[in-house]
Design a protein around this ligand. Sequence first.
Ligand code: ATP
Length: 375
Amino acid sequence: MAVEYIHHYHPEQARPIKKLALEVDNIQVRHSNRVILQGVNLALEEGTYACLLGESGSGKSTLLAAIAGMLKPSEGIVKLHGEMVSSTQGHWLAPEKRGIGMVFQEPALWPHMRVLDNVLFPLKSRGMVPDRQRALALLEKMDLPAATAERRPHELSGGQRQRVAIARAIIARPRLVLLDEPLSALDHSIREEIRTFLRALFREEGITALHVTHDPEEAFDLGTRIGFLGAGRLAQWDSPEGVYRCPATETVARLSGPVRFLPVMVTAVDAGHAHLSVSKDSLRVPAHPELRPGPALLALRPEAVLCDSESGARATVIRAQWSRGRYLLELELPEGDRLLSYSATGRMGIRYLKIRPEDAWCLPPETELTAEETS
Ligand SMILES: Nc1ncnc2c1ncn2[C@@H]1O[C@H](COP(=O)(O)OP(=O)(O)OP(=O)(O)O)[C@@H](O)[C@H]1O
């Protein structure tokens, strides 16, 4: 799937040009002769909040480490705001000079310092003026009033400590903020609360962010761009809608929300659509650009399957789960394939299904590659 780069200016285009805050070009990382990342390209426009999803061990943290300068890639380049900070031709900017703010799963605050001094630490350590007013304003925006600024980290809750860590990461107006699973150790309600702060504060400050998470809800809530790493490669880099509606692979589809797959035979492909049949119905559905006639997978989100019809393919409800004001049903077709659908009722038993072709997506069967095989 094509990686999106800056859209060059064209007089007819109303879209303003934005500068690139980060360019990663053809990065390869090896550990003990094992390829961890292979040919990864991505570009972040200034002010973008991008989220990176991927299965455990797919190389997400390794990519952040390569961008931050905590490891040297064996191939490829990294540029920050147009400046080459890492290349195999000898460019190398030390991590502390890259102007990157970092937030990890654990806040890692200095226990002996007051909250205010923790937030001011990046300024002091770089010999910059410790801007107390800015620190207090950032804490205030994170709903941490002045009295909290006087406390020590152990006198705060886990969610408050992570908000302090976020304020510390942005105090020095970094060129880029990397967040590695920053909310994973927190309760659901606290995660939602901090997401609200992150969204508002990062937009207000115009900060560019790359946020690694394993939680699709978090990625879709925060990300204006979403990337997927699989076996050390970037499988997709797209808008949230693009990822959800047109996933590049079966794994991306699974990791980006509820979905089931039907094995189908594509008889023809025209103008980005595949012709196929499901339960004797002929369908023309949007298709992956690399799809060819032959065996394929039909990816069906719950929205693509209507189950309250009077007629259609017969299926049995095998599970009904109350989900945000409606039921998410799992239905089994006579051949044993399973689909998901939303319904106003959780009634078990027989339903008749219809597929909404415009909400379906046809993609080639996945060929699983491991990072080692790609080397
Ligand atoms: N220093 C290292 N030496 C050897 N192998 C490493 C090293 N660091 C990471 N790896 C391996 O690289 C692969 C990718 O690790 P990484 O932590 O980047 O994955 P991840 O996608 O962030 O995983 P998770 O979601 O579980 O945190 C893993 O197989 C890991 O064991």
